[in-house]
Design a protein. Structure first.
Length: 254
């Protein structure tokens, strides 16, 4: 993903865009002064915004306040529907990225707003539909996973390897042999630079990798194996411990 930039949104008669994403694709980190509501009616996106990662799919959209840097992480599928709103005319005062419920009338309303084609009366129709949208948008309380990497080059090598393959089960002794450091040194550097021990950091990475798979509807047992758990029960226990709920409830309607 390229470095952060600033994107200028052009407002004419259409205040939204649909961005098709090839399998495995993403979008670089950027920001713009307008608020954005991102939704994936088909497929699953993992978005980085405000220092966290968020899963966006059919049942949930992501509200991104103006000025907040954000991007779509590689691995996306489907298309991202994005609507943009000028802060001066927006009644919402959410200052942080916020997951909102996109079930019920919200999803069809988002699609309707995107389909307004700029013909006669479009402005009035958009104004009425947007007023309804403000009444319908409800935050979904979800726990988030921090995206923290160590600065130390040896610990960073380990962290990047785990990010590439969260199912890797090597312990610190084995990683120490791989990068040329003692297990004690790696442990100390992980804790000092990420605020957590190696095992906790790996658990969070595994759950982070699991979220888009769960959002795509993959069976829990398959997801558990893909991210390094031998049993579904062990995965569910870790998920509940770190995120405060079960995988099924995490993606359920509020």
């Amino acid at each position: 993903m390229s470095g952060p930039g600033r994107i200028s949104i052009s407002y004419e008669e259409r205040a939204g865009i649909v961005i098709p994403l090839a399998a495995g694709g993403g979008l670089p980190t950027h920001s713009h002064p307008q608020h954005q509501l991102a939704w994936a009616p088909d497929g699953v996106l993992t978005m980085g915004a405000g220092g966290f990662r968020w899963v966006v799919q059919r049942s949930r959209a992501l509200w991104i306040p103006g000025g907040v840097e954000h991007g779509v992480l590689p691995g996306a599928s489907g298309a991202m529907l994005s609507l943009y709103f000028e802060p001066d005319g927006c009644p919402l005062r959410w200052v942080s990225p916020t997951i909102v419920d996109a079930t019920g009338l919200v999803g069809p309303l988002l699609s309707y707003l995107m389909e307004l084609d700029g013909g006669v009366g479009t402005g009035d129709r958009r104004t009425r539909a947007t007023a309804v949208l403000w009444d319908l948008l409800e935050p979904v309380p979800v726990a988030t996973l921090p995206v923290i990497l160590p600065d130390d080059p040896l610990a960073l090598r380990v962290a990047l390897a785990i990010r590439a393959d969260p199912a890797d089960s090597r312990d610190l002794e084995e990683w120490g042999q791989e990068v040329g450091a003692s297990a004690r040194t790696l442990s100390r550097r992980f804790r000092a630079e990420t605020g957590m021990g190696f095992a906790s950091r790996r658990t969070l990475r595994r759950l982070d990798a699991a979220l888009p798979l769960l959002g795509a509807g993959q069976p829990i047992a398959r997801v558990a194996r893909a991210v390094g758990y031998r049993t579904a029960s062990a995965f569910i226990a870790a998920f509940r411990r770190e995120l405060g709920t079960t995988p099924a409830a995490y993606f359920g309607a509020p």
